[in-house]
Ligand binder design. Structure first.
Ligand SMILES: Cc1cc2nc3c(=O)[nH]c(=O)nc-3n(C[C@H](O)[C@H](O)[C@H](O)COP(=O)(O)O)c2cc1C
Length: 325
């Protein structure tokens, strides 16, 4: 189990247990003690099996938009069980949600010590890219290899997006961000390029309050902004209408843009298009013309609560190569 460790006492105690057990990597007393002391104030995750600590990882902020994997260690007997990978996944999720752009890690470059060669391969397998070797950073015998990873790749944003239904921080969303999100929506593909999707960005507090008053039972009550998605159900060709596909592509683009910019959201469609037709009430508040239907609302704001990833079926159950099973 990967657990976020809250207290500085527990952090330093875990860091000490693990680093002292890994003398092949952390043999210099002074630097080991420094890692332990500094871990007290750093975001910190541990891998626990009952009462036994298998490993830990902590992050350090090196700039407004950059994090460093400050130190990680997994007991030697627990290697090759995916523990380091799971620790890093938790840390990467955290850094991404906090809006960091890059994560870096430093190690002794490959080709000097077999143990560090394994470390280098491990970082590369996580997706880190060789950034630079600094020969003088530590000393002559230990050239420092810096690895870097961009957190805002499309694939990373896709894997860190989850529906968020919690409370939002009471911070307004800058208009340039709302425009970037709306732009991502209208940049989506559409059948025969008919561009059947429009959006209404609602950030005026008075309009927002009137919109939210239509949503009963309420959702996203605390959202500082909402994007209302409209569709025009025209045919793309002959009797083929692709309006649903068009707005779905637009919504997914906007959800990804929202997460990439550090906000959270949820695709609220079922709730507002149900028999009580909240969508029509929203359309009336926003003066939506008759040829458009309101189909979805997307809250936009920074999360105040934890973000939960829902369970998904295993990859192998849903992805097939060349034939069905
Ligand atoms: C067409 C559609 C309609 C949805 N409507 C709602 C809704 O009305 N209320 C809600 O809480 N979530 C709604 N969702 C979000 C789904 O519940 C959510 O995507 C799903 O549980 C998977 O979770 P994830 O988005 O975190 O991967 C909707 C999603 C889609 C694609």
């Amino acid at each position: 189990m990967i657990k976020y460790i809250e207290t500085s006492e527990e952090r330093t105690s875990i860091a000490r247990q693990i680093l002292e057990a890994l003398s092949d990597w952390f043999e210099v007393d002074e630097s080991r003690e420094k890692y332990i002391t500094e871990s007290a104030g750093q975001p910190f995750w541990a891998s626990l099996e009952g009462d036994n600590v298998e490993g830990f990882l902590c992050l350090n902020e090196t700039g407004k938009k950059t994090m460093e994997l400050a130190v990680m260690g997994v007991r030697k007997e627990c290697h090759r069980k995916g523990i380091g990978r799971r620790l890093f996944a938790a840390a990467k999720d955290y850094a991404t949600r906090k809006g960091y752009d890059f994560i870096q890690v430093k190690t002794v470059r490959s080709g000097v010590y077999p143990d560090y060669d394994i470390t280098n391969e491990f970082y590369k397998s996580l997706g880190f890219k060789e950034f630079e070797v600094l020969p003088d950073y530590w000393d002559e015998a230990n050239h420092c290899q810096i690895y870097v990873m961009a957190l805002k790749s499309t694939l990373n944003t896709i894997s860190t997006r989850h529906s968020y239904r919690g409370t939002f921080l009471q911070e307004s969303v800058p208009e340039e961000d709302l425009k970037a999100i709306a732009r991502a929506g209208i940049d989506a593909p559409s059948g025969c390029n008919k561009q059947t999707t429009d959006v209404i960005v609602v950030n005026d507090p008075e309009v927002l309050a009137r919109l939210k008053a239509q949503i009963e039972p309420p959702v996203a009550k605390t959202a500082p902004a909402m994007i209302v998605v409209l569709t025009r159900r025209i045919n793309a060709y002959r009797d083929k209408c692709f309006a649903v596909q068009d707005y779905s592509a637009a919504i997914e683009n906007m959800l990804l843009a929202i997460v990439e910019l550090g906000y959270q959201s949820c695709w609220y469609e079922g709730h507002i298009t149900d028999d009580d037709r909240i969508c029509d009430k929203i359309a009336a508040v926003l003066n939506v013309p008759g040829e458009y239907d309101v189909v979805c609302v997307l809250p936009v704001g920074k999360a105040a609560d934890e973000i939960h990833a829902p369970g998904k079926k295993p990859f192998e159950e849903r992805v097939h190569f060349n034939r069905w099973r």
